[in-house]
Design a protein around this ligand. Structure first.
Ligand code: LLP
Length: 430
């Protein structure tokens, strides 16, 4: 989390003055530094190149979905994952090549599968037996073919800072390995002429700091691939180890660099390929948070304040749980800075509260800030993942605008909602 400032001493984002952006577009405002997004992707790609393996970096767009982000990702020749018809529609509208889209989900509807097959998505990540039945019907109706990747539950659960090998067998996603469901799914899929099974997928969690879980998942998928070659003569072209690479939200966070995750994953997959005398498959990863998280900033205007004799003061801003549910939902921590002077020494610790009618609407439980006054702009750092993407209209607050900045130039990419937008779907009862 590097903080940059301009001539005025204000926080800058992608070379633009954050306070000026806040005044131009109003707050709450989400601002992305496009160069940072591109840089993260390049880092992932470069390390694969250095390792000399075939690969795909597939941006998990649930972290932030908008026309603009798909356009940026497409420019960098990456894949993307979608998890709903809505995300798929957005990606296609952005001109994202359908062949580079993977479609995820544990309960894809018939309509969503019809849409995905018709669009010709590059891979459908098949999750369960019901989906296989639906897909069969869709392919028959459309007289079409599809490439699929089989999602398995590897029995590895990864949490921030830790992982254990036995957990997560009860995950709602994917075919269970231990009970033979995954084998049965492959058997069914291999019988279907309209389906090509590209390979295997597993995802172990999100905001993971350590490499151990990824090594285990790489090894596990290779073991399954090997077993399937022996049992069915089936050769997996793709091993997809999912996403989940952690990022730094506060000074306490110490995630590994993206390169390190990839290096370890490639290493264990190569080792297993060597052990089993298999070709090294294509290695796919699906980072979401690590691509857009660090690049995003949430800008708020300081409003009311409540001081208490024996407790931390509340400093309220004009956004909150409607534009960032993560602190309330996951006790997620963020770093707040005064955008007007981000390098100024902090003089107090306050509870940075939102404007929503809930006591739990606290963006930062202990925000160290210099003295502030109403009208100052506070920035939350690294809010680019699962912030706007999980935004709601709770309390009928409009969702914020989103701006992309590159080389100091700002571009509005999602308009601020208006009261008219909020009312657009309502119909009178009487
Ligand atoms: N692939 C699959 C199959 C996933 O389910 C996910 C995230 C990803 C990739 C991307 O993971 P990432 O690299 O972004 O960690 N709303 C939560 C995070 C939910 C993640 C769901 N799946 C949060 O705000 O922390």
């Amino acid at each position: 989390m590097t903080i940059t400032t301009g001539k005025t001493g204000h926080l800058t984002i992608g070379g633009a003055d954050a306070v000026a952006l806040a005044h131009k577009y109003q707050t709450p405002l989400v601002v992305y530094d496009v160069a940072s997004i591109k840089e993260q992707i390049k880092r992932f790609k470069q390390v694969f190149e250095e390792q000399g393996v075939a690969y795909e970096v597939s941006y998990a767009s649930k972290a932030f979905c908008a026309l603009a982000i798909y356009q940026v990702i497409a420019e960098l020749d990456c894949h993307t994952d979608v998890v709903s018809g809505g995300e798929l529609a957005t990606a296609l509208k952005a001109g994202f090549p359908a062949g580079k889209i993977s479609f995820h989900g544990n309960n894809k509807s018939m309509a969503e599968l019809e849409f995905a097959v018709k669009a010709g998505v590059g891979a459908i990540i098949v999750d369960n037996f019901y989906e296989i039945e639906l897909l069969k019907q869709v392919l028959q109706e459309q007289k079409a073919t599809a490439k699929v990747i089989l999602r398995v539950t590897p029995g590895i659960s990864a949490h921030t800072h830790e992982y254990d090998q036995t957990g997560q067998v009860d995950s709602k996603f994917g075919f269970d390995l231990a009970s033979g469901q995954a084998d049965q799914a492959l058997e069914e899929l291999l019988k279907l002429e309209q389906i090509e099974v590209l390979g295997l997928h597993a995802h172990i969690g999100s905001q993971i700091f350590e490499v151990g879980g990824f090594e285990l998942v790489g090894q596990k998928l290779m073991e399954v691939a090997h077993a399937w070659t022996q049992k069915y003569g089936y050769v997996a072209k793709v091993i997809n180890v999912g996403g989940g690479f952690g990022i730094k939200y506060t000074a306490e966070d110490t995630p590994l660099a993206p390169e390190k995750f990839v290096e370890h994953i490639v290493k264990v997959i190569k080792q297993k390929a060597n052990e089993f005398q298999m070709e090294v498959p294509e290695i796919w990863i699906e980072p979401g948070r690590s691509i857009v998280g660090p690049a995003g900033y949430s800008l708020y205007t300081v409003g009311s304040r409540k001081d208490l004799p024996d407790h931390l003061s509340y400093l309220a801003v004009d956004g909150g749980m409607g534009d960032n549910i993560r602190p309330a939902l996951y006790q997620a921590k963020y770093t707040a800075v005064l955008a007007n002077d981000p390098l100024k020494t902090a003089t107090e610790t306050v509870r940075l509260a939102g404007k929503y009618c809930e006591s739990g609407d606290i963006l930062v439980a202990k925000a160290a800030l210099p003295e502030t006054k109403p009208g100052d702009i506070v920035a939350l750092l690294a809010t680019g993942a699962y912030g706007y993407a999980m935004a709601s209209n709770y309390n009928r607050n409009p969702r914020p605008a989103v701006v992309f900045v590159e080389d100091g130039k700002d571009k509005l990419v999602i308009k601020r909602e208006t009261y008219a937008d909020l009312l657009a779907l309502d119909l009178p009862y009487k």
